[in-house]
Unconditional design. Structure first.
Length: 271
């Protein structure tokens, strides 16, 4: 500090009668830096494409698509009448294993479109005989069940599960969800539940895909084989093979009806 500045400070102190302080070169207001106020988060505008995507992939839109697909498949079956194969026979350009493979694919698509499996099984036996007919019918059964399960699970489960409110619906859903394999195996072994109904009910439940397919494959073999053999031996209705096949068809149906009757009375007794 210079001598002149000290003398000036002493003179100022003497004149004011107190202690002098130096005025800072910059005041607080001069040193203050303006801080910008935080901006409010503005939601990004939702575009038309995003809204359309939400609508298209909503549960009820997917269910509407499933209904449209099934209605179209059923209409195609009524239009092309695949049952004419039983009367007209298989096209001559197809034969052997290739024909059985094509029939298996057509079989699976027809089951998705609500064509009764007994009719298809009889056709497999009449067209290809017992051995090749059983193989193509089982392959078509598994293919059709897998397609129906996948369609129902992807397009219908989210919309239909909230509607499971009745006692019978909740009981069926709980049985399929907790004991999927054995429930589906019983449904396939004992006729009574339509094939397509079992497929879509399993799809709406929480049953796994693999247990569903394995139970369908194992449970469908006896009944499918009986119908195929009956179709293959339909020209000789008094032959032992035909009579055994008819017995294998009738006995599981009778057993299934008895079990359903007992379960019906049991559910009536539960309050």
């Amino acid at each position: 500090m210079s001598v002149g500045y000290r003398h000036w400070m002493l003179d100022a102190t003497t004149r004011s009668g107190g202690t002098a302080t130096a005025t800072p070169r910059a005041t607080a207001t001069e040193l203050a830096v303006a801080v910008p106020a935080p901006e409010l988060a503005v939601p990004a505008p939702v575009g038309l494409a995003a809204r359309c995507t939400r609508v298209l992939f909503s549960p009820w839109s997917r269910l509407s698509l499933l209904i449209a697909l099934l209605a179209g498949a059923a209409s195609a079956v009524l239009l092309f009448e695949p049952q004419r194969l039983l009367a007209d026979g298989w096209p001559p350009q197809f034969g052997g294993a290739a024909a059985a493979l094509v029939f298996a694919v057509a079989y699976g698509l027809c089951t998705v479109a609500f064509v009764p499996r007994p009719l298809l099984n009889l056709g497999a036996g009449a067209l290809f005989g017992s051995q090749l007919g059983v193989g193509s019918a089982i392959a078509g059964t598994v293919l059709g069940a897998g397609l129906a399960f996948g369609l129902g699970r992807i397009l219908g489960q989210d919309a239909l599960r909230p509607l499971l409110r009745g006692r019978w619906l909740k009981a069926a859903d709980g049985q399929l969800s907790r004991h999927g394999f054995r429930s589906m195996l019983a449904a396939r072994l004992f006729p009574g539940v339509p094939f397509w109904a079992a497929n879509y009910c399993a799809a709406v439940s929480r049953m796994g895909y693999v247990p569903f397919l394995v139970a369908t494959t194992l449970g469908s073999i006896p009944n499918t084989a009986a119908y195929v053999v009956a179709g293959a031996r339909a020209s000789a209705p008094t032959s032992p093979a035909f009579l055994i096949a008819m017995a294998c068809i009738a006995l599981p149906a009778l057993a299934g009806a008895m079990v359903a009757w007992r379960k019906r009375h049991h559910l009536r007794g539960v309050r």
